[in-house]
Write a new protein. Structure first.
Length: 263
């Protein structure tokens, strides 16, 4: 059969050799290409082998770490699980001891402290009613001074109130002020005792810290606003010191009706 290419005079292109056809060994270029492919194949195999080893090493290290973590984790939990019953029993015993011994003891101590506190509070209220009363009681004020004069005169004569005058009370800031004017004939030692009386007025407690004790003689709150002094001199006939005349102005304090209502 005559083809169109044979009529035109064109030569047919040579067909590529089949893949199975071995290359000509006399072709040096073909040999070079085969060596390059082999080198690439070996390099690829080497990289695969290296990556495979690295993956195995990583996997092995991960497995070892996981195993170690599991051992420590399960060991500590196993120990805790084994000890748990004994610890629970100990806690239960502690709870029972607290409920049966400690708590009743605390409640008893609290009641004792409360009783002592209530007693002390009552004593303070009673003392406060004495040193800062809610009434004026002019007769009681005069009796206070006269009783004091008798006591001091027995040890440090002379001492006497020649006059005691109580003015009308004045209300200030929720309390009452009772102005008192007195004339006192006394020795210096006796008058010093009177100053001590005024200085200790209003005291409920004396001392500090644990040495603090309730004052036996609770004195109505007062202060001195003015003192005038006149020395009588020495008696020419007897040679005795005739003492000193003191004019003293004091303020005594009481709770007012307004404050009493608030309380």
């Amino acid at each position: 059969m005559i083809s169109f290419k044979s009529l035109t005079g064109k030569k047919e292109e040579p067909k590529e050799p089949a893949a199975q056809t071995p290359e000509d060994k006399s072709n040096i270029f073909g040999q070079a290409l085969s060596a390059g492919k082999m080198a690439k194949a070996k390099k690829a195999d080497y990289l695969k082998s290296k990556n495979r080893k690295r993956a195995y090493l990583t996997l092995g290290a991960s497995l070892v770490g996981l195993m170690l973590y599991s051992v420590f984790f399960f060991y500590s939990n196993a120990v805790a699980y084994i000890k748990a019953p004994a610890e629970i029993a100990t806690v239960q015993n502690q709870i029972e001891e607290y409920n049966e011994v400690t708590l009743p003891s605390l409640e008893k101590t609290r009641e004792l402290h409360k009783a002592a506190y209530d007693k002390e509070f009552e004593e303070i209220i009673a003392a406060l009613d004495t040193v800062f009363p809610d009434n004026i009681d002019k007769l009681g004020i005069v009796q206070l001074f006269e009783s004091f004069a008798t006591e001091v005169a027995a040890s440090f004569p002379p001492f006497e109130f020649t006059s005691i005058n109580l003015a009308s009370p004045q209300q200030k800031n929720g309390y009452l002020v009772i102005p008192v004017s007195t004339s006192i004939h006394s020795s210096l030692a006796g008058f010093d005792r009177f100053l001590t009386l005024v200085d200790r007025s209003g005291y409920i407690y004396s001392g500090k810290g644990e040495d603090k004790e309730l004052v036996e003689q609770k004195i109505r709150l007062m202060n001195i606003s003015n003192i005038s002094v006149k020395y009588r001199g020495v008696d020419e006939a007897t040679g005795k010191d005739q003492g000193v005349d003191f004019s003293v102005k004091l303020n005594l304090y009481s709770r007012s009706t307004a404050q009493q209502t608030e309380n």
